[in-house]
Ligand binder design. Sequence first.
Ligand code: G3H
Length: 540
Amino acid sequence: MSFQDELKKIFVEEKEIPEEFRISEIHQREYLVNGEMKQWDGPVSEVYSPVNIPTVDGLKRKLIGTYPLTTEKEAFEALNAALTAYDNGRGEWPTMRLDGRINCLTVFARKMTEQRALIVKLIMWEIGKSYADSVKEFDRTIEYINATIDALKEIDRSSSRFEIKEGTIAQIRRSPLGIVLCMGPFNYPLNETFTTLIPALLMGNTILFKPPKHGTLVHYPLLRAFMESFPKGVVNTIYGRGAAVIPGIMATGKINVLAFIGSSKVANDLRKHHPKLNRLRAVLSLDAKNTAIITQHADIPSAVNECILGALSYNGQRCTAIKILFVHRSIVHEFNAQLSASISKMKFGMPWEKGVQLTPVAEPGKPAYIREVLDDAIAHGAAVVNENGGVTNESFVFPAVVFPVNNKMKLYREEQFGPVIPVVPYDEIEETIDYLIESPHGQQVSIFSNNPDEVASLIDPLVNQVSRVNINSQCQRGPDVFPFTGRKDSAEGTLSVHDALRSFSIRSLVATKMNDTNKKLLEDIVNERSSDFLSTNFIF
Ligand code: G3H
């Protein structure tokens, strides 16, 4: 079958979808606030999948359900519930012993696992992620929860002792910060949301949780699990348009932490509404335009493989995706040829197809945006150099390799977040370093070279431009125990299993002058176990 025929037939009728992957519409009419599933009979938002179905009127995005379009009133209801549950740090949750909180989270993880099949299916349908990657996203999240519990135990063990310095004895622990507003991205609606929500919860904060616009229904099967696993008001949901429901609650000044994964523009707009910025901690994962540098000493086939993984996994819709390639002029034509040949072999199709690598893109406006950046590049002297690059059928866009890209083009700076690979030829290595110095982004870079002197000469300047330098490997977040952060407009705060627990807490200490009276006082408190903070107990 020709490429054109294959592309035309990419979307199939419902009866052709294997039964185990079909989905029935889910109409959510509840939201979780103050430990109750409240009924909603107001307006709803329709959720359309990026997967189209052929109809007599042509291709139509499949409707997979609806969710409440709640208003500022319900957002305030959620805020008040979180404030009451926190009760200025005196509520049941922030004062609960760590083993109690861990037990609640363990119950939650068990209930979450019971919903695995439905959640995986919803990830697949709502954002068009392949079934295999949707399963990975779910399982990685459960692993993240377990690893977070282990990291917390580790922190607790090292905090369960007194320190004596310069005649002062102290016990230092981490305490919650208060009300955390968690907003995750569409591309990892479950995993990335939970990489902030779970550590924030475990540290004793109470949560306002707004699911991403695409990837909202994914969370519906978990509301009851939240309700049944945690005291009331500890986890509260907010639905509706972000611009309508979030500014008001930020303006109260009652949000203590903004945990946001998305664009730096939205993060800055939201933050501005808070009246006391010194009281707001921000944990942000933002824009990125990760760069790959392929030098004349690179192993071309292995660089091509890693760049394809880096640029096209989940169609390039990852904040960590490689979004621009600098290739040494002496090898660039060979590199482009091998890159194009490998792309032409990639399997495209529907998310449930076995081995599928390219699927429809999640955002409805993305195919038009991709056309716009391709036209802009062509107008400034570039071409799409791979066969069928940029060819589109509704929500599906075949990856485009664009060459030669220069600084006049949108693709040189804009984060395309989609299946487009801009290739810039370079002559001097200094040009690549200059690009990174001038870039507003600073998340990661990948260097491809087998020359140790050359790699070393790039590592030192680049570690001061970005937060992770990958050698002969694609850019990525994992392993989740490694620090994940960025410079400039790419992030604020550091996330890793361990660092996230620190980001959502603050150190508090109890200290006294070391004399006989105070020693006796501390001994009595510890022996009588009359304080949870001042205690040498720890969780095994
Ligand atoms: O979208 C950003 C994600 O954190 C990327 O994670 O590198 O594991 O795909 P990943």
